[in-house]
Design a protein around this ligand. Structure first.
Ligand code: SF4
Length: 370
């Protein structure tokens, strides 16, 4: 039979046979990830929760060393709850989206104090905890506790919208995708079903050039049959990301210590350490004006080039100034000395310093050391 003739046959709707093929494929092809247990073993909710929070907007490759380090330092949710927030932020540094780390700590405290160290076992209860949204609640409930629910992340959105050829664009399509995904969840192995969809979306049903020929869902996949897989899921065009501008001041003491300042707890990069800088604004300010905000009174040198960093909602462009200052210098009052401290440059790695600030320090020191 020709492939043209095959396409003209009415497709079966995806159903239990589709799910079974997916589970068989998962048993043979599943990714070996550090937070996964052997087939048949009950996964630990703490590990699933930790990995799911870390994996939000972050790749498996980036998450794996952080996940291992967190488990070594805090092998249980109670131990994590007893840690200092600053320690947790420092261990998280480099992983980005730091609100996750603050909520992780907050959530650990709630579980340790209100649930005696045991995670609640339903999606409905999990979603009330700090930092746990609809996807994470469903993922923990399905994977750790076997609840018949469908977590829907970006990978699963793609697979489900293609399997059923759903045309409504994201984000409006989210409830519809969740509804269709929910129709497939099997009563037994709902956690494996969710993880199978995650693996399929990650390695087979990829955004570009999905491998339909090797896909276990292919016999029932409407997007594949219609030849529109790559067009789905449809998405509304995102508004352009605005740029903000600022000036950052790297003060390097003669003994090799760098002036860092703790950011306010609320807001972007809350509670993390920063290189003192001007506000980040939609319009750039002249260097002479910016220097009035410098954290120490000294001679500042403009470092050639700019540091560019992309956050979710805006792009940041910073000019950097460097000053080498004597060991007894004090920060200006505006820099709030209570929030400022000198940190040896070699110890910055162990502190809660976000990527953008590491970039700024590296940019200045590279020029200084050249
Ligand atoms: Fe994705 Fe193709 Fe599989 Fe459909 S058949 S789910 S489009 S990889």
């Amino acid at each position: 039979m020709s492939s043209v003739a095959q396409k003209q046959l009415p497709l079966r709707p995806a159903g239990p046979a589709t799910v079974q093929r997916l589970l068989d494929w998962y048993d043979a092809e599943r990714r070996d990830l550090p937070w996964r247990t052997a087939t048949g073993a009950r996964p630990d909710a703490y590990r699933i929760w930790l990995s799911e929070i870390m994996l939000q907007q972050t790749t498996v490759k980036a998450v794996t060393p952080y996940y291992r380090e967190f488990l070594l330092r805090w092998p249980t949710v109670k131990k994590l709850a007893a840690a200092d927030l600053d320690e947790v932020l420092a261990a998280w540094a480099g992983l980005g989206y730091y609100t996750r780390a603050r909520n992780l700590h907050k959530c650990a405290i709630v579980i340790a104090t209100q649930y005696r160290g045991k995670f609640p076992q339903t999606e409905r209860a999990l979603i009330k905890l700090p930092g746990i949204g609809p996807y994470t609640a469903a993922a923990i409930a399905a994977i750790a506790f076997g609840e018949k629910t469908a977590p829907v992340d970006g990978n699963i959105e793609r697979v489900v919208s293609r399997l059923f050829a759903l045309q409504l664009p994201l984000p409006a399509a989210k409830p519809e995708i969740k509804r269709f995904a929910q129709t497939l969840v099997p009563a037994s192995r709902p956690g494996d079903f969710a993880q199978a969809l995650m693996d399929l979306g990650s390695g087979v049903c990829t955004p570009r050039r999905p491998s339909c020929l090797t896909c276990p869902l292919q016999p029932d996949c409407h997007a594949s049959a219609k030849g529109i897989a790559e067009e789905l899921p449809r998405k509304l065009a995102k508004p352009a990301r605005p740029t903000r501008f600022g000036h950052a001041f790297v003060a390097l003491r003669e003994d090799g210590q760098i002036l860092m300042r703790r950011r306010p707890d609320a807001g972007l990069l809350g509670g993390m350490l920063e290189v003192p800088s001007t506000d980040w604004q939609a319009k750039g300010t002249a260097a002479a004006k910016a220097l009035r905000s410098a954290p120490v009174d000294t001679e500042w040198w403009p470092v050639p080039g700019t540091v560019i960093h992309t956050f979710t909602h805006f792009r940041l462009e910073l000019n950097v100034f460097l000053a080498v200052v004597p060991g007894d210098i004090s920060p200006n009052l505006w820099a709030e000395p209570g929030r400022c401290r000198w940190i040896p440059r070699r110890k910055l790695e162990q502190e809660a310093v976000p990527s953008v600030m590491r970039k700024i320090v590296a940019h200045a020191l590279k020029w200084q050391d050249a």
